[in-house]
Design a protein around this ligand. Sequence first.
Ligand code: ADP
Ligand code: PHD
Length: 416
Amino acid sequence: MKVFKFGGASVKDANGVKNIVTVLNEVGYQDLLIVVSAMGKMTNAFEKIADAYFLKKDELPVFIKEVRDYHYSIVNELFENKEHKVFSEIEYLFIGLTGFMIQNKATDYNFVYDQIVSIAELISTKIVSCYLNDSAIENTWIDVRECIKTNSNYRDAKVDWKLTEKSIVTKINPRILYITQGFIASNESGNTTTLGREGSDYSAGIFAYCLNADSLTIWKDVEGVLNADPRYFQETQLLEQISYTEAIELAFYGASVIHPKTLQPLQNKGIPLLVKSFLNPKKKGTHVSDGKKLVPETPCFIVKKNQLFLSISALDFSFVVEHNISEIFNLFHQYKMKVNLIQNSAISFSICLEDNFNLIKNLLAELSNKYKVVCFEKVSLFTVRHFQNKNIEELEKNNKVLLKQFTQETVQIVVQ
Ligand SMILES: Nc1ncnc2c1ncn2[C@@H]1O[C@H](COP(=O)(O)OP(=O)(O)O)[C@@H](O)[C@H]1O
Ligand SMILES: N[C@@H](CC(=O)OP(=O)(O)O)C(=O)O
């Protein structure tokens, strides 16, 4: 059995949905399960709805109209027959959204977020499933919340592997072509949870693991994994082969083309990951498996934008030692900061952080009770794997460097 994952970029418009038919007809769809994300940037749009609802903002109806219009323009283009069941299926999901908003009494933002944002994946998979059925690619839509089970850590739920494996093995008949959602799951009480932004690759990895798949293919708008993000670097090279370890490193440092959690379940069972272009499905793309670390051997550049850089020192000029560091890390954990780089000296401690939950003000307020804190906002973190000295000189030439850190294979530079 194989698993495919189509992300938001592949289904951003009606042509994208049509192109899935082309891809499947070109590469085949025997013994396959397909995971699909929300269309285009719809998760961002639903985040705005969750926010507006929670904060009782006046723009709420406008934001809901935006996502309705976006999806209806796609279904209108795809389905000539306005009596098609896809229209009522989508309307039903929007009615569910309104119903939730009226009935909800919960005050936990993360819970509310997951119940609202997950609708984007439900809509996209309904559309794709119906369109494929109409295009002679017979398939069954399945609610992933019956398959992937998590704890109740809303917005960043942890997978209950035992329960998930049992559910997937029970629910999935390998002879049926299924279309299901990425990113979303459910907890013990049946409430919707999410696996963290961009988590659909991970969902596909979970299915591949539980189904002992022969391979997982993620379909992208790029040729495969490149040695640099093409949005920020002009000259890029396709990486043809990457070992699991190297891919985990690249994803960990922020190569956003693969979600970092995706690789572990695949590596555990030796399931190859293929990253291929949905525009050129016959091209080889990138192959991630055991084997050669990196082909071709070339420096790989990763950039993480919009980082925070904190320099923390004791108020009385004393050393920053273990107990301070432990206290500081507890606060990072409490305020859900993602730590991307750390460096300590005798009297100070420097960190590059990502504030995905918008809690930096609270963190700084608490830290400054005990420490002197200098915070730089909107800095970038460059990572170069397998660097050459000229790569570093190039990065330093145009930027103000706040911190530089070397390991044998990697250099990381924080710039303002
Ligand atoms: N090393 C890299 N190789 C290829 N693409 C990359 C890399 N780093 C970042 N990207 C970006 O990732 C994008 C594809 O990922 P993403 O937008 O998350 O796809 P989707 O949401 O459809 O799964 C590419 O368009 C590219 O701009
Ligand atoms: N739709 C979710 C999950 C996801 O992984 O999407 P994509 O495959 O488009 O990155 C998000 O945007 O976070």
